[in-house]
Write a protein that binds this ligand. Structure first.
Ligand code: HDD
Length: 722
């Protein structure tokens, strides 16, 4: 007997056909489509009016025709073949088959949000860029954060650089500040970019590893390109495993130019500083987060913004003139170098607030097209050869990805100011471009005039003098490859240095070719002997002879601004406590703790053995957001465990609860313990080992002390290695 199946035209659940309701006539007697009918009388005047799928009782084709039944294709007979005549079906499958566009060749995985930039200090003295014209001026922005190496579907906590690209929709056109969370880059000349990217992506003969630099080809390339050494120190540091997009810095990397109304130019570097301060995870935690929640960073951003906890960054500029550039030990055009904040202080000029998540990830985050060459009047390029190369690359890549020269018309890319040009037609032209004449000069404007005169209102390129022979050459001033890497290393706290050593050991340990490890350690000897020695020791190899630097290593002042930990903010704001609650837990203690953490600006996520929640001492059920099996402690900045009076045995028997505590301990987290947790602690083998950062939570005084401690750093003194 065949199972009963729905007949063509029958809705499978409701058993009744979903009939299209006829649209009412909208015109005042004029026939639809006649030449005399005014467009506004015919509906929407040509703009696509897309309803959310569920918002209409009737589904339509892409061309607006009501679809009779979207659940059964048109068949000849009950069990017969599907008919070519089912055009609605064909259109649906046709569209589906073409849903994917090429992912970005780098920075494929990313997440973004809308925001606003508010200028807090006028920069009119140095730039005529309208975005900095006066304090209080607001400019709409869109930001996309990303990892670099992984594919679109990779995980968020790869050890990698993070992209930090900002589109300012200024009133003189879009300004795209396409930066990273690291202020320097691997290479000096854009001609090496494809090689760099090919080395870090999956190896082409095997297709792995995904989203990671821990493999032979990457270390082969960077060890052969000593200019990359400085950047590897950053990517081996905690900067490459940020806790949140909200808690990382951003940098424009290159030296740009500001140009003021008088046509005077100064050099400028851009810095984003997170208001929440910087935070990173530890590597062992990152590895586990990638399994527990591959979307950790995007979820974090989405959750914060939708909760009204809008992340903010201060924009700072380092402005300097030619005289400083000439005196500085390094070439300011070399993107493998930074200018220490101690030498040129950062002037804070505005604040960006991300306050709106996207409505549609594809339309906005996937289709946003950043281009370094998008600069408004008042901002110009320097001759940094990496920047010059980028200015070619970004236009090309958008055509490849978005498929049409008209990508600037997509809502997320469209400037918020009017556009006026004679670029016409092309695939997917959505603008009904007005006017009879599409050329310049023309006299159809009414004026009988010749070509428009070049004015001072447009983007006037800074008239920098250029001299010299045409040659393929790397400037002498670009030859020092190690001094700033050394400065970075020496500016880190001992804990951060430990992490850098562990990261090199981990990554080089994944290289199968011993000669690559040796070459890299030989280069590291030029950065610091102790660093190289510790990495060699960690790899279990003899210390190779140092490589010969192209230029002598210059001893520079330590720059405390380069350390995350030395600049940590004393706050739990924007961070998350994982509160594991056992049955019978003290209801008052749970309430008190939750309130105190929220008052400190943090978020509490309740976890229980079962997602249904825990029954508290007062008999009430506390709803859980997560079951402990799906919420390992790596997902939280700190944890508290409030057990019931049964010695915590309910939790002690739960392997995930045991891991919850052990991992939190291993990751140096501040731990709160309330109720009878002895059995759980004993089951993890931690009895007798709990330290100063494992605090009781129960009484009001204990809760206050615990929440105060949450604002501090992890307990780095704990004798574990993660
Ligand atoms: Fe790039 C994307 C940042 C060097 C070529 N880059 C891209 C994105 C960021 C950066 C954040 C993602 C933008 C988004 O979210 O859509 N890139 C940098 C930084 C660099 C850098 C900070 C050095 C200072 N990039 C660089 C070079 C080249 C490129 C030298 C080529 C010569 N980058 C691209 C690209 C991408 C890109 C291929 C891929 C997708 C896209 O542009 O839109 O054109």
């Amino acid at each position: 007997m065949l199972a009963e199946r729905s007949l063509p035209g029958t809705h499978p659940r409701e058993g009744a056909p979903r009939m299209a309701t006829k649209k009412k006539a909208t015109t005042t007697g004029k026939a639809r489509g006649t030449a005399s009918a005014a467009p506004e009388e015919l509906g929407n005047g040509g703009e696509l009016h897309q309803l959310a799928g569920g918002d209409s009782p009737v589904m339509t084709t892409a061309h607006g025709a009501p679809v009779q039944d979207d659940n059964n294709s048109l068949r000849a007979g009950d069990r017969g073949p599907t008919l070519m005549a089912d055009h609605a079906f064909r259109e649906k499958i046709f569209h589906f088959d073409h849903e994917r566009i090429p992912e970005r060749v780098v920075h494929a995985r990313g997440y973004g949000a809308h925001g606003v930039f508010e200028c807090t200090e006028s920069l009119a003295d140095v730039t005529r860029a309208s975005v900095f014209a006066e304090a209080g001026k607001q400019t709409e922005t869109f930001v996309r954060f990303s990892t670099v190496a992984g594919n679109l579907g990779s995980f968020d906590l790869a050890r990698d650089v993070r992209g930090f690209a900002t589109k300012f929709y200024t009133d003189e056109g879009n300004w795209d500040l396409v930066g990273n969370n690291i202020p320097v880059f691997f290479i000096q000349d854009a001609v090496k970019f494809p090689d760099l990217v090919h080395s870090v992506k999956e190896e082409p003969d095997r297709g792995f590893p995904q989203a990671g630099s821990a493999h032979d080809t990457f270390w082969d390339f960077v060890s052969l390109m000593p200019e990359a050494t400085h950047m590897t120190l950053w990517t081996m540091s905690d900067r490459a495993i940020p806790r949140s997009f909200r808690m990382m810095e951003g940098f424009g990397v290159h030296t740009f130019r500001f140009v003021n109304d008088a046509g005077e130019s100064s050099f400028v570097k851009f810095h984003w500083k997170p208001v929440l301060g910087m935070q990173s995870v530890v590597w062992n935690e990152a590895v586990k987060i990638n399994g527990a929640d591959p979307d950790f960073h995007r979820r974090d951003l989405f959750d914060a913004i939708t909760a009204g906890d809008f992340p903010q960054w201060e924009l700072g500029v380092q402005v300097f003139d030619d005289a400083f550039a000439d005196e500085f030990d390094f070439d300011v055009l070399d993107a493998t170098k930074l200018i220490p904040e101690e030498l040129v202080p950062i002037r804070t000029v505005g604040t960006m607030t991300l306050n709106r998540v996207v409505d549609n990830v594809f339309a906005e985050i996937e289709q946003v097209a950043f281009m370094t060459q998008n600069v408004p009047p008042g901002i110009d390029f320097s001759n940094d050869p990496l920047l010059q190369g980028r200015n070619f690359s970004y236009l090309d890549t958008q055509l490849k990805r978005l498929g049409s020269t008209n990508f600037s018309q997509l809502p997320v890319n469209a400037p918020r100011c009017p556009v006026a040009h004679f670029q016409r037609d092309g695939h997917m032209q959505t603008s009904t471009q007005p006017g009879r004449a599409a050329y310049e000069p023309n006299s159809f404007t009414g004026d009988d005039r010749g070509p428009r005169e070049a004015g001072s209102d447009g983007h006037v390129p800074f008239p920098a003098p250029v001299e010299g022979e045409t040659r393929r050459i790397r400037a002498e001033s670009f030859r020092d490859h190690y001094s700033q890497g050394r400065q970075f290393w020496l500016s880190q706290t001992p804990v951060e240095q430990d992490h850098i050593v562990a990261a090199y050991v981990f990554e080089l340990g994944k290289c199968e070719v011993p000669a690559i490890r040796e070459r890299m350690v030989a280069n590291l000897r030029n950065v610091d002997e102790s660093l190289a020695g510790r990495v060699a020791d960690g790899l279990g190899m003899p210390l190779p002879a140092a490589s010969t630097p192209a230029a002598p290593v210059v001893e520079t002042e330590v720059s405390p601004a380069l350390s995350i930990l030395a600049n940590a903010k004393e706050t739990f704001e924007g961070r998350k406590l994982g509160l594991l609650v056992g049955d019978g837990a003290n209801a008052a203690a749970v309430k008190r703790l939750t309130k105190a953490v929220e008052k400190a600006g943090g978020v509490v996520e309740v976890i229980a053995a079962k997602v249904g929640g825990a029954t508290l001492s007062d008999g009430a059920t506390l709803e859980a957001k997560q079951a402990v099996a799906g919420a390992p402690s790596v997902l939280y900045d700190a944890v508290a465990i409030l057990a019931g009076p049964d010695g915590g045995s309910g939790l002690a028997d739960e392997p995930a609860a045991r891991d919850f505590l052990t991992d939190a301990f291993t990751h140096y987290k501040v731990i709160g313990l309330g109720g009878e947790t002895d059995a759980l602690v004993a089951a993890t083998g931690l009895d007798g080992k709990l330290d100063d950062a494992c605090l009781p939570v129960g009484t009001a005084a204990e809760t206050t002390a615990y929440v105060d401690r949450l604002a501090g750093p992890r307990h780095w003194d704990r004798s574990v290695t993660a």
